[in-house]
Design a protein around this ligand. Structure first.
Ligand code: BGC
Length: 389
C-alpha cells in the first residue's frame, strides 16, 4: 500500500478540513491536519458534492495509535478504516470507494452505510401495527431489504464533528418515507477511541408508532481492501442458535441450534471450511447470509458477538453489541462490478459484513424480540468494533 499522499491530494485534504470546519462550526482536532503523514489516500474534494440540495463531505477521525476512520455523510458511511497490523503497517480493512460518485454509482448500494429504517428483510414489504397494514417499497424480489429503494444509504445526513475522535450524524426520516409510519429523528454517533474501538451509538425518536432496526453495513477484509478472498479469515460467533431462512432469505419462524451444522462458529473456524458444504441453508444464502442469535443476557449492556482474524495481517476484530442478533454475510453477491479506492474490484467473497441488529422480518414474527418504537420512547443501541493484533 502506498503510504504518502501526493501534494495535490494533501492540499485537497487540507482544503476539506477547513470546509468541514465551516459547515460544522466546530473545532477540528489537530489529528486531522497530520493525516497526510500516516497514509490516508483519500482526496476529500471527491467527497464534496451537493445531493438532494445538501452538501456531502469527508470526515476523518484519528486516535493516538494512528488508527484513522474516514466517513462521508452521504449514506452515513464508513469509507475507510486504517488499522495497524502486527508490524505497525496501516491496513485499510474497510473496502469502499474514493469518491461520493463511487458510492452513488455502485451496483451494491450498502458499502459502509448506515442502514435504516429497518435493517435486513421484511417479508413481502408488509407489516401490521395496531391493526393497520403498512406497505413498503420492495427492492429485493418481493421483499423489502435495508429500508427499501431509498434507504438511509442514499440520503445525506447532517454532520457535526465536535472533536477529532467523534462524528455526529443526524437525519429526519419523514412520515411514510418508503412506507414506514412516523417522522423518525435518527442520530448516529461514531467515535474512535484510544483503545482502538470504533463505536457506533444509535438513537431515534418517533411521533407515531413505527418499527426501527438500525445497523451499519461496513464490509471488512482484515487483510486489507483488495487483498483477495475472506475465506481464510478465522471467525468465532458467540451464538448457540441461528435463524434458518426460506429461499428469499425470510426467516422460517424458529431459531435452531448451530451444533452439528456449518453454522457452528462457537470455536474459531476458518470461514471457507464449510461454506460449500451440501446444506440447504447455505444454498438459500449462496453461502453465509444468516442471522445468529447472540448468547448473553439481553438488556444488560454489551454482548461479545464475534471475533474475526485476518489470516495474513494478524489483525483481530472483536464485535460487541447491545443488539440480540448478528447477520453474517460472506459477500456472496459480490460480482466484480465496482472498483474500490485502491483499484481492486469487488470480487466474490473478498469482503464480509457482520451486521449487529434485531432479527430479520421481526415486524411479522411474533416470537422475535420486538422492533416497535412508540412515541415518547427513545430507541438507543450501541455497537463496538475493537481492533487488536
Ligand atoms: C444481506 C444480503 C445482501 C447484502 C448486501 C446483507 O445484509 O443479508 O442478502 O446481499 O446485505 O446487499
Amino acid at each position: 500500500m502506498k503510504r504518502s499522499l501526493t501534494p495535490i491530494l494533501a492540499a485537497a485534504l487540507l482544503l476539506s478540513i477547513s470546509a468541514c470546519n465551516d459547515t460544522s462550526k466546530s473545532s477540528v482536532d489537530m489529528a486531522q491536519t497530520d493525516s497526510t503523514s500516516t497514509g490516508l489516500q483519500l482526496d476529500s474534494t471527491k467527497f464534496q458534492k451537493e445531493i438532494d440540495g445538501k452538501k456531502t463531505n469527508l470526515y476523518i477521525l484519528k486516535n493516538k495509535n494512528n488508527m484513522q476512520a474516514a466517513f462521508t455523510n452521504y449514506g452515513g458511511r464508513l469509507v475507510s478504516l486504517l488499522v495497524p497490523d502486527s508490524t505497525g503497517k496501516l491496513v485499510d480493512v474497510v473496502p469502499g470507494f474514493g469518491s461520493v460518485d463511487g458510492f452513488v454509482q455502485s451496483t451494491e448500494p450498502y458499502f459502509g452505510a448506515t442502514i435504516g429504517r429497518y435493517g435486513n428483510r421484511i417479508a413481502k414489504g408488509k407489516f401490521t401495527l395496531d391493526g393497520k397494514e403498512y406497505t413498503l417499497a420492495t427492492n429485493n424480489g418481493q421483499n423489502t431489504l435495508h429500508g427499501g429503494k431509498k434507504g438511509y444509504q442514499y440520503v445525506v445526513w447532517d454532520a457535526k464533528q465536535p472533536n477529532g475522535h467523534t462524528l455526529e450524524l443526524s437525519y429526519l426520516s419523514k412520515d411514510m418515507e418508503e412506507g414506514f409510519p412516523g417522522n423518525l429523528n435518527v442520530k448516529v454517533i461514531y467515535s474512535l477511541t484510544d483503545d482502538n474501538e470504533l463505536k457506533m451509538d444509535y438513537e431515534a425518536t418517533t411521533d407515531k408508532k413505527t418499527v426501527v432496526n438500525l445497523t451499519n453495513h461496513a464490509y471488512f477484509n482484515l487483510n486489507g481492501e483488495g487483498s483477495g478472498s475472506i475465506l481464510n479469515h478465522v471467525l468465532q460467533i458467540y451464538a448457540d442458535q441461528y435463524t434458518p431462512v426460506d429461499t428469499t432469505l425470510i426467516p422460517l419462524g424458529k431459531n435452531v441450534p448451530v451444533a452439528s451444522t456449518p453454522f457452528d462458529f462457537i470455536n474459531p473456524t476458518t470461514i471457507g471450511k464449510r461454506i460449500d458444504a451440501v446444506n440447504e441453508q447455505l444454498t438459500a444464502g449462496k453461502g453465509y447470509d444468516h442471522n445468529f442469535v447472540l448468547n448473553g443476557t439481553k438488556g444488560l449492556g454489551m454482548i461479545h458477538a464475534a471475533t474475526l482474524k485476518g489470516d495474513k495481517s494478524g489483525i483481530v476484530m472483536d464485535v460487541y453489541t447491545e443488539e440480540p442478533g448478528l447477520q453474517f454475510y460472506s459477500g456472496n453477491f459480490m460480482q466484480s462490478k465496482n472498483k474500490f479506492k485502491g483499484g481492486a474490484t469487488d470480487d466474490f467473497r473478498t469482503a464480509l459484513a457482520l451486521e449487529t441488529q434485531h432479527f430479520p422480518d421481526s415486524p411479522n414474527q411474533p416470537n422475535f424480540p420486538s422492533t416497535v418504537l412508540n412515541p415518547g420512547k427513545v430507541y438507543k443501541t450501541s455497537t463496538v468494533y475493537k481492533f487488536s493484533k
